[in-house]
Design a protein around this ligand. Structure first.
Ligand SMILES: [Zn+2]
Ligand SMILES: [Zn+2]
Ligand SMILES: [Zn+2]
Length: 126
């Protein structure tokens, strides 16, 4: 598995720093700027950690990432938002579950959606 550029932070360090580096952390700023930059750099480059991060973020929201076929549809499809009781109004909702299928909401003021059969991020069959 050759890579041109190695992440400068190890996966272990990245995961250890999650509680203080994540945007979800109320104590954000508890680490210094360069470390924060390295952390985001790792998040952008490392597919494994990016998936792991999404799973953790779903858990922080109080949802179960394993209730979905993959972590991406769980992360991009929050099932509740305090600000937007109607998920069609919520910009955080990229994908939604409709019955036993998944779809991309069409934001035309109605409740239509485009059915998707595979995850747009990893291609997994939904
Ligand atoms: Zn990593
Ligand atoms: Zn919202
Ligand atoms: Zn996926």
């Amino acid at each position: 598995m050759a890579r041109n550029r190695k992440p400068r932070m190890s996966c272990t360090e990245f995961r250890e720093l999650y509680p203080v580096a994540s945007e979800l952390n109320p104590e954000k700023g508890a680490i210094d700027g360069p470390t924060q930059d390295m952390w985001f750099d790792h998040l952008n480059r490392c597919g494994d950690c990016s998936d792991w991060y999404m799973g953790e973020s779903v858990k922080v929201r109080g949802e179960d990432p394993t209730a979905h076929p993959c972590v991406h549809v769980a992360y991009y499809g929050p099932t509740h938002c305090d600000e937007h009781p109607n998920p069609f109004d919520c910009p955080d909702v990229v994908v939604m579950k409709f019955g036993d299928e998944y779809g991309l909401p069409v934001r035309d003021g109605g409740t239509s959606y485009i059915t998707i059969e595979n995850c747009p991020w990893c291609g997994k069959h939904l």
